[in-house]
Design a binder for this molecule. Structure first.
Ligand SMILES: Nc1ncnc2c1ncn2[C@@H]1O[C@H](COP(=O)(O)OP(=O)(O)OP(=O)(O)O)[C@@H](O)[C@H]1O
Length: 523
């Protein structure tokens, strides 16, 4: 049995995840699968866009605008978009009008993984987004191959930055969402590519292999995760091994001769499902942090002015013009204190005695007065990075994973949802210690779990769900509490429960596991 579903229905399932970007979470949604299996269709929609065909990229941004409008009285949001592609191992700006320059992926303690030099365009409405996406799609490297007349020759990434300020408390939330349409893996004998197309295919396959290696390392909890082996894995580093909420759509082509690729795609999905993510956390800057930052700014200003005064004193000392104003008070013969003679200097500037002014507060006093606990607990931002990566919390007992499987029919190219797994993660995650982009990350031993989605043209979702966000995908973790281990929706969605955020097996379409633990893409 299978049910055909539309892009709108797929979006409903991922909506809670998208919405949490407005609550300060980092989100990554990406499409994986062989060439021609429907990744671009899922993310962006068909070549000629219709309202029903709009891909999840558009829907996600539309949804953000809707909520922005709903929260107008309580929050002030700024939304901006970047659009990049990784083409032949080079990061390029898709919103750049001039010649494309090579961009660098940077890892900073403040922003995590980012491409700061890519154009970041503020958007305020759906039409702004449509214009931007059109420009990006136009600039994207696309070419016709024997497998797909509109084959993406690059990985594309739409990054949505959201900053919101709570108008009551002044708390600032920063969230960021990557929407990634990967280039498809392809067998070059089948896609019949030569020359530049062949070179592109080799780069694509190599970077997807690097993604596979990263997933394998994460799944095995290896101490070393080879993020640096490709630009793709560098860019997705935070989403694959960090504290983002990540969802992956896995696509397979239903044609019989694609069976080899389909199996390897599903094996990949199975492995992704076992990856544990760190607990999702918000990028929140509360009132206390704001206050402390203001204090720091004051202290810096005070120090600067103090330095300035010291400097002016020093220059007064060394200025020959001023020397004449320095009067050495020779001890009167009566005083009889030779030591006082030498030490008695009166320094004047501009002919008037200068006194060293004491600042209103002392740096040391202020620092002692500040409660150090505030620096960690009061701030979910960068200061928490100071904590050891070993202190990453395990997922609570309520953590679940939710795997959503979508299936595309070979005949009418419709999607059928087959099952779903999601993760509910603690809101109270901590940052992994940041490292330079020149270093691969070492995985925290206790990092909690990921979740995955697959589709039968298939898709896999991996997300860490905030407790505050009501997700239709969130399930209790205690299997005993459930009436069925794989409750099935009328439309064919099966939810696979995972205890303590761990997925034991990847369920089949009908909610049943095949003997070898593979997914049943039953139609
Ligand atoms: N669910 C669907 N319904 C109808 N048409 C679809 C669907 N999925 C994909 N298609 C069509 O199949 C073709 C290939 O899809 P698409 O370009 O999205 O594949 P892709 O996985 O992005 O390929 P590549 O990796 O080569 O870029 C397109 O013509 C697309 O319109």
């Amino acid at each position: 049995m299978h049910t055909f579903i539309t892009s709108a229905e797929i979006f409903v399932d991922m909506q809670p995840l998208v919405r949490s970007v407005l609550d300060g979470y980092n989100i990554c949604i990406f499409a994986y699968g062989q060439t021609g299996s429907g990744k671009t269709f899922t993310m962006s929609g068909p070549k000629i866009l219709t309202e029903e065909g709009l891909g999840v990229n558009y829907r996600a941004l539309n949804d953000l605008f809707d909520i922005q409008a709903q929260r107008r009285d309580t929050f002030c949001y700024e939304i901006s978009v970047q659009m990049m592609e990784i083409y032949n191992e080079q990061v390029r700006d898709l919103l750049h009008s001039g010649p494309n320059k090579k961009l660098e992926i940077r890892n900073s303690s403040q922003n995590g993984i980012a491409v700061p030099d890519a154009n970041r365009v503020p958007v305020a409405s759906t039409s702004d987004v449509v214009d931007l996406m059109n420009l990006g799609q136009k600039n994207r490297a696309v070419c016709s191959t024997a497998m797909n007349d509109r084959s993406s020759r690059s990985h594309s990434c739409v990054t949505v930055h959201v900053q919101g300020q709570d108008l009551t408390s002044g708390t600032v939330l920063r969230g960021c969402m990557h929407l990634v349409d990967l280039a498809g893996s392809e067998r070059v004998d089948k896609s019949e590519v030569v020359g530049d197309r062949l070179k592109e295919a080799q780069h694509i396959n190599k970077s997807l292999a690097a993604l596979g290696d990263v997933i394998a390392s994460l799944a095995q909890k290896s101490a070393h995760v080879p993020y640096r082996n490709s630009k793709l894995t560098q860019l997705l580093q935070d989403s694959l091994g960090g504290q983002a909420k990540t969802l992956m759509f896995v696509h397979i082509a239903p044609e019989p001769d694609a069976i080899g690729e389909s199996i390897s795609t599903l094996k990949f999905a199975e492995r992704v499902a076992t990856v544990e993510l760190g607990a999702a956390k918000t990028n929140k800057e509360g009132g206390e942090v704001k206050e402390l930052k203001e204090q720091i700014a004051c202290l810096r200003a005070a120090l600067a002015s103090k330095d300035g005064e010291n400097e002016s004193i020093r220059s007064t000392h060394s200025s020959p013009d001023i020397l004449k104003d320095i009067r050495i008070s020779h001890a009167s013969p009566e005083s009889g204190h030779p030591g006082e003679e030498a030490g008695c200097l009166e320094v004047r500037s501009n002919g008037t005695p200068t006194r060293q002014t004491k600042p209103n507060f002392e740096l040391s006093d202020m620092l002692v007065e500040s409660d150090p606990s505030l620096w960690l607990d009061g701030c979910n931002g960068d200061n928490t990075r100071l904590r050891s990566i070993n202190s990453l919390p395990e997922l609570g007992p309520d953590a679940t994973h939710d795997l959503a499987l979508y299936q595309r029919s070979s005949l009418d190219q419709q999607w059928s949802r087959a099952g779903s797994i999601a993760t509910e993660d603690s809101d109270e995650g901590e940052f992994e210690t940041t490292c330079s982009s020149e270093q691969d990350s070492v995985r925290p031993a206790s990092a909690p779990e990921a979740s995955v989605t697959a589709n039968g043209g298939a898709s896999v979702a991996k997300k860490a769900q905030p407790k505050s966000v009501k997700s239709t995908d969130i399930r209790g973790t205690n299997p005993a509490k459930r009436t069925s281990p794989l409750p099935k929706k009328a439309n064919g969605t099966a939810h696979i429960p995972i205890k303590n955020g761990k997925q034991s097996t990847l369920g089949g379409v009908d909610g049943k596991k095949t003997p070898n633990g593979k997914v049943n893409t039953k139609k």
